[in-house]
Design a protein. Sequence first.
Length: 247
Amino acid sequence: MRVLFLSDPLFTKYEHEMLARLAVGLADEGIGISWSVPESLADRISNSFFLPILAHQEPRLGLTVKQRARNLCERVADKTGGMPDIVHLFGGSAARLAAEVVRMSNAVPAFELWRPHLEAATRASINHAIGPPQAQMSESPGRAAVLTVPTEPIRQRVVDLFPEAEVRRIRWGVHAREESRTAEPDTTCLLLIGPGRDTRAWLAAFRAAVRVLKEKDRFFLFADAGVTHRLKAWKYARAAGVLDRLS
């Protein structure tokens, strides 16, 4: 099975590490993963991860969505040896491009509707993606599709808008607890930021915060993602069993 991740500029810039972890996990299961990112960010991403990175053209005068999608399909075929079976969209601003790639490749669309009202903003693109394949008559049934949402209110709206799609509610976040928890008046959050050049000091602060996390249930730590990854500081939170309160 071939899966194409397609991320817009926002997701590529801020969530590339999460997407890379997801891609590596799927690759471990034997799924062929390729990842298409905006051309302006391709060098930054391709230098960081051992994944097939394919740049897609960004909107500009004189370049239609169909042209961009056709060019991307050609790049995918050249790189992977065939068209994707699934196109997984991350980020609403790339919805039109993803929908066109789905149509041209006859792939199954999987779109992340990760925030409120994204289902309305991308409605036309989703309908275009899940409509009958181009090679079939217009009265033919639409293709299978998966739309993931984070909350029940969004799920209800999406089901109403796209009754033919498979809608799944998946809570956003890493290492989230199964049960929902409301914020208590005495909940405390600590923000740990900085370049991390003083490795010893940064790790000391992080490990001290982890000790507090372990002792105080309503304490949360927000740490700089780049430094946490580079120093492998998250392993201390994992050892303490507090990953669900580290972001």
